[in-house]
Design a protein around this ligand. Structure first.
Ligand code: GLN
Length: 309
């Protein structure tokens, strides 16, 4: 496995020159474009890593999986899905076109509009505190914390997300004060993790909410099923279809450069590489996952008689 991960890294690195680090959140532009790393965990707890797997990064849109879990846990299926849909969009993650043309409610919880509504559904005294507690619990790391500079940077420059939130308010989809909901959302996006943290989380998702290492049921199965389905159909924004064909692994990316991926075989995988493609997905990460899918036969719909190439 170590040598497969090394090969995946070499393969992923080849694509780095054709992408760019995100700079619309100024603080993210400071990331080192040469970084690329991966962590993979098997159900028996064995862990494999390669490259810059220990470099911390902010979750960004990966936070949308945790906010969906928290909304489903605290507000329930009916409430959440009365405010947000389950359909993939062919538009970019921060698009406002569907809001402007009144295709409401927002298509799914994995794009900005849908995630902002999902955050507003969370029933908690302090939604961010609950969110952070959930992240720490599912990543088995109590030191996970907010990256204050990224949070402030996004709060200062997040005008597009403000447009989204106010449009949603104008159509009575978003209840509550937009600035307050946005502040929660910006906080959640700015939580800092490593691939090791996210691979641990992915391991739980991959095993239907049961942590195979401790034997504890960490999440209800129905919630995990919804989250993984939406990761497969919507987790890579408007590249979700192509990624599903090529890798076939339920995954969620963030503009911080992370991708969290859960396999049918019960593996948890996370990649980090801040250089993004035009859709906003880590270019090294997507290629490493495609490589591993082919080498290890990880495609969700792979034929049982498939021979790895
Ligand atoms: N915080 C980012 C934003 O709202 C998250 C987007 C992303 O990772 N694609 O723009």
């Amino acid at each position: 496995m170590d040598s497969i991960l090394q090969d995946a890294l070499i393969y992923g690195k080849k694509y780095l020159p054709s992408g760019k680090v995100a700079n619309y959140i100024p603080e993210l532009a400071k990331a080192d474009p040469s970084h690329l790393g991966i962590c993979l965990m098997l159900p028996d707890g064995s862990t494999y890593q390669a490259g810059d797997f220990q470099v911390p990064f902010t979750m960004q849109s990966i936070a949308k999986t945790f906010s969906l879990i928290l909304a489903l846990k605290t507000a329930g299926y009916e409430t959440v899905f009365s405010k947000v849909g389950m359909e993939p969009t062919g538009d970019c993650f921060d698009s406002i076109v569907q809001l402007e043309t009144k295709q409401l409610p927002p298509f799914n919880p994995m794009i900005n509009a849908g995630a902002i509504v999902t955050v507003s559904c969370i029933k908690a005294q302090d939604p961010f505190e609950e969110f952070l507690a959930l992240v720490r619990q599912l990543c088995f790391n109590n030191t996970i914390a907010l990256n204050e500079s990224v949070y402030l940077s996004e709060k200062r420059t997040g005008m597009r997300n403000r447009s989204i939130a106010y449009l949603l308010q104008s159509d009575q989809i978003l209840e509550g004060e937009p600035e307050q909901v946005l502040d929660q959302y910006f906080h959640m996006c700015s939580v800092e993790v490593t691939t090791v943290d996210l691979a641990r989380y992915a391991l739980i998702l991959a095993n239907d909410g049961l942590d195979p290492i401790t034997g504890t049921q960490m999440l209800e199965e129905w919630i995990v099923r919804i989250v993984k389905t939406l990761m497969l159909t919507c987790g890579m924004y408007d590249e979700s279809g192509e990624f599903a064909v090529k890798a076939g692994i339920p995954s969620k990316s963030g503009v911080g450069g992370g991708i969290v991926a859960t396999t049918e075989q019960g593996m948890g995988i996370a990649t980090y590489g801040p250089v993004l493609n035009q859709k906003g997905n880590s270019i090294g990460g997507t290629h490493m996952l495609e490589y591993l899918s082919s080498k290890l036969n990880l495609h969700s719909f792979a034929s049982k008689t498939y021979t790895a190439v």
